[in-house]
Ligand binder design. Structure first.
Ligand SMILES: [Zn+2]
Length: 379
């Protein structure tokens, strides 16, 4: 399995978040990535790659050009290490006429929690690049790929940042995978992926299924209800399964099976798994009660779909346990024989008979085979 990540993503380190009227420490810390990498180092069958450079215009496959331009301009205007919170957080066109960056950025702020920094834009670009490189690995015939993306992405809308997310990595990956056929995003992060839902709300080529803590109890508070099913041709292609705080694996598993049954019925050619470990009982943000070993069972259920699948890191904030979580998840996947893996990679064959030809009208971000690859995890 190819693993994609970069130092830029790992080193990104905002210090504070604005939440419920006060500043709190920023939970998306570099130690999250280090914890996961330490668990993956030396694990058989993994190949580590730095994602190739991403052309920013590719972000516009799912994001508003004005939003992308704002991020580049505002982040570029800040001093290294400076945090900039939006002065407003309202989509009022009036804000765009302001000479002040922190007023203009408010037009694109879905909430006031997430600062922008000079380092935010390159980190977000690299995180998106990791996701897209993972999608390319599937297009090239890999049955699995893992994007250790940071910052996460599923709260970012087409034209808005929120919840530590700048670019919607899952949406970008799903869009890139469409040339091989329909895509399902399965979101098992503790929080509802409001951005992923919004981007594909009126689409019938991408199915979005999410298990998350119900909006009465958890961020983003305003989306994630079961009644939200999509609109237009997208009606019925959005499935929310909100669950109460305290949910353990015994209660989670049947809901996951329900989501996966719906995905099976949709019959996607590829799957993007928004993989958050903030469902762990010890997570400092979440309130679910999953145990480390439950992620092995989760992986086993997802593997039964038998589709090329991109594992895309979203949240999970118990730094000490994140490595154990990803190790448990990978242990629950089918263990490829090394020789078999090489054969699959060399032939371009995919696990489910999809073409795997990598043909894409949006292929400018594609990594040349093995370029940018590293034999060791970054740091
Ligand atoms: Zn989360």
């Amino acid at each position: 399995m190819r693993v994609f990540h970069s130092d830029i993503e790992q080193d990104y380190h905002p210090g504070s978040s604005f939440f419920c009227g006060r500043f709190t420490s920023y939970p998306d810390v570099p130690g999250r990535t280090r914890s996961i990498l330490s668990a993956l180092e030396g694990r058989e069958g993994l190949r580590f790659h730095k994602p190739p450079p991403l052309e920013p215009h590719l972000l516009e496959s799912v994001h508003d050009p004005g939003y992308v331009a704002m991020l580049a301009e505002v982040c570029g205007s800040l001093k290294p290490g400076e945090e900039c919170f939006p002065f407003h957080a309202r989509p009022l066109p009036l804000l765009l006429r302001s000479p002040y960056p922190r007023v203009r950025m408010g037009y694109y702020a879905l909430d006031g929690s997430t600062p922008l920094m000079r380092e935010s834009y390159p980190a977000g670009i690299s995180s998106a690049a990791s996701a897209l490189a993972g999608a390319d690995a599937l297009l090239e015939g890999e049955p699995w790929a893992y994007a250790l993306a940071r910052p996460p992405g599923h709260h970012a809308g087409a034209a808005g940042f929120a919840g530590y997310c700048l670019f919607n990595n899952a949406a970008l990956a799903a869009q890139a995978l469409l040339p091989r056929g329909k895509v399902a995003i399965v979101d098992v992060d503790y929080h509802h992926g409001n951005g992923s839902q919004e981007i594909f709300w009126e689409r019938d080529d991408v199915f979005y299924a999410s298990l998350h803590c119900r909006p009465e109890e958890a961020y983003p508070y305003v989306t994630g209800e079961a009644e939200e099913r999509g609109a237009g041709v997208g009606r019925g292609h959005n499935l929310n399964l909100p669950l109460p705080g305290g949910t353990d694996w015994a209660a989670y598993r049947p809901q996951l099976e329900k989501a996966l049954d719906a995905v099976q019925a949709f019959d996607p050619a590829s799957i993007v798994l928004s993989l958050g470990f903030d469902t762990l009982a010890s997570d400092p943000i979440g309130s679910f009660a999953l145990r480390v070993e439950d992620y092995s069972a989760m992986a086993g259920l997802i593997a039964q779909l038998d589709r090329p699948t991109l594992l895309l890191q979203e949240g999970g904030y118990d730094v000490e346990s994140l490595g154990d979580c990803i190790a448990a998840f990978l242990a629950g996947l089918p263990q490829p024989h090394p020789a078999g893996e090489r054969a699959a990679h060399g032939s371009g064959a995919s696990g489910n008979g999809a073409s795997g030809n990598g043909a894409s009208g949006n292929s400018g971000h594609r990594a040349p085979q093995n370029e940018g690859g590293r034999g060791e995890p970054v740091s």
